[in-house]
Write a protein that binds this ligand. Sequence first.
Ligand code: ADP
Ligand code: MG
Length: 329
Amino acid sequence: APEPRQDRSVSGLLSEIKTTIHTECFNDHYTIIPGKELGRGKFAVVRKCVEKCTGHDYAAKFMRKRRKGQDCRMEIIHEIAVLELATTSPRVVSLHQVYEMASEMVLVLEFAAGGEIFNQCVSDREDGAFTEKDVKRLMKQILEGVAFLHQNNIVHLDLKPQNILLTSSSPLGDIKIVDFGLSRMVCNHQELREIMGTPEYVAPEILNYEPISTATDMWSIGVLAYMMLTGISPFVGEDKQETFLNISQLNVSYTEEELQQLDQAALSFIQTLLRKRPQDRATAQQCLKHPWLQSLDSQEGQTAENQEAYHTASSSNSSPEPPSSITTP
Ligand code: ADP
Ligand code: MG
């Protein structure tokens, strides 16, 4: 299996931001909710906090400026710039404020109370797993957000169930795309090749050090759809090597019991995305027009609020088999 290279170019970074960078003490303006760590990555910790002057909840992403001995302030500025660019999309988390300290920057983000869709991908039917109908509505929202980013020449490059959050989990709310830490600006005339992302979710071209494009995100959306419908991570192996081999050989099963119970259009949707050659994959706009997503009833609105109203109006509504429980780490 191909082993990813370690070099990492920094092209495709935005450097202009409009947001004011506050240098006064973060703790004077926000109360951090103790013990409530919302998430943690390699270089960031996300904590729930309350803005003192308004009482509103936020998620504060504390990011180290130095990583592995390197100054990464430019990358944080890029992340802020992308969030600024996406303020008009309701599918992307909104940025409230930015603080800068000696060794950290804090991104004060809209709080997504429902947490990661990952949790519902891997839960049992009794325990709030998505139904196919849920997945259709949420997938439509994910595609709207990604179409917006792609229209603006941004590729996310880390679309996975941990980076898609929900405004609420029960009742099921709307999605918010987060974590633009690996995102890049793509230009037609500039080639971008980088190695990054989480093994299970990376596209074949990343493993082969081939050019990255908006199609790279579309692969990840195929993986996301598969996981949301089945709870199974389609390419994960016993170790990284096996996972990379599965991806580069397109070793994916379409005969899982969980998939057989679905509308065949769901399978066709996934198959238009999990294609080896980037140019063969459907675009976000094309996906939004895919027959699988057209069968949403006209009464079913796009937002959670409309959805609620619909449910109250018609209670005896049989949904397809929800995904069963899963075993991925
Ligand atoms: P990293 O770059 O370290 O992966 P993320 O931006 O993905 O950082 O945040 C890490 C985790 O923190 C997310 O997977 C999610 O669980 C949680 N998180 C991030 N932003 C928010 C938010 N706005 N609201 C609620 N939880 C969040
Ligand atoms: Mg993340």
